[in-house]
Design a protein around this ligand. Sequence first.
Ligand code: ZN
Length: 150
Amino acid sequence: MSFVNELYQEVILDHNRQPRNYGDLPDATEKAEGYNPLCGDRVTVYIKRDGDVIQDVKFVGAGCAISTASASLMTETLKGKNLAQARVLFEKFRDMVMGNLDMEMDDEDLEKLVVFHRLSDYPVRVKCATLVWHALLSALEKEEKAVSTE
Ligand code: ZN
């Protein structure tokens, strides 16, 4: 394993041990739940929006290290972004974890999310990483029902 991969793995483990923005958000404007039956990951995302801008985003849930770290890193990345930027990030993130993104071209927008780029080597974990993003999109689209990756 290369140094870079070890570093990425360390970031994922750190976010799993100490998730950032964990907890509910009493003045949330949107909320959505997600469930990944393949792994048993559950997540609830809270968003506080001011017009088009995501002012704050938090999550609660229980799942594997990948799902928790992905939620933690997503919340860090999304604060201050507008809805269009959030959608672009979701698409890039999904393409990246599925191995469909040219990393040379696109890693600036993704910021810390690049730590998941090796996930395409582990297809069964892809849904763990994208679960929280599906919940986010569901919240932004104001669907009340829980999302499932299945
Ligand atoms: Zn999982």
